[in-house]
Design a protein around this ligand. Structure first.
Ligand code: SME
Length: 161
């Protein structure tokens, strides 16, 4: 198993995800421990894209609780339907926020975060976790991110649930 993420220099975003996906697969498919896999996926995304914050919140009862992440310290608990993460949980859909200041109820764990994407991890129609990514730039995330991040989250679900 390779423990180093390699992306060829100059790759565009789509190409980067296409190179990253099989490397993430080989990184996590031989490992059954959930925390280890979530931690390595967060690290692989942070390292590849140089993002501000990448991490998982896990559904525990009526709240999302902070799981493995890379970046500055963050809020530990988020209620159902609260903020971007809670919205993705309640609505069972990917939420892309080009400007966090324009998202009503956005939870600002850091004033440095300017845009955000949250992808729910869904098993048998129930959200069991969300992947949350924050950028220091406006408008960092688009349909390309949504597509590939959803692939990564589906892979995690198929290995973990
Ligand atoms: N901004 C998120 C909270 C989590 S932090 O960004 C890490 C939200 O509104 O749900």
């Amino acid at each position: 198993m390779s423990e180093q993420i390699m992306i060829h220099p100059g790759a565009g975003k789509d190409e980067t995800y296409q190179e990253l996906l099989p490397q993430i697969r080989s990184l996590i498919e031989g490992e059954t421990d959930l925390v280890a896999n979530l931690a390595n996926v967060a690290a692989a995304l942070k390292e590849t894209f140089g993002l501000f914050w990448v991490g998982f919140y896990l559904v525990k009862g009526s709240e999302l609780v902070l799981g493995p992440f890379q970046g500055p310290v963050a809020c530990t608990r988020i209620g159902f339907g609260r903020g971007v993460c809670g919205t993705a949980w309640r609505e069972k859909r990917i939420v892309v926020v080009p400007d966090v200041d324009k998202f009503p109820g956005h939870i600002a764990c850091s004033s440095r975060s300017r845009s955000e994407i949250v992808v729910p991890l869904i098993h048998q129609d129930e959200v069991w976790a969300v992947l949350d990514i924050d950028s220091e730039s406006l408008g960092s995330f688009d349909a390309c991110d949504a597509f590939y991040l959803n692939e990564i989250c589906s892979l995690l679900t198929s290995l973990s649930c």
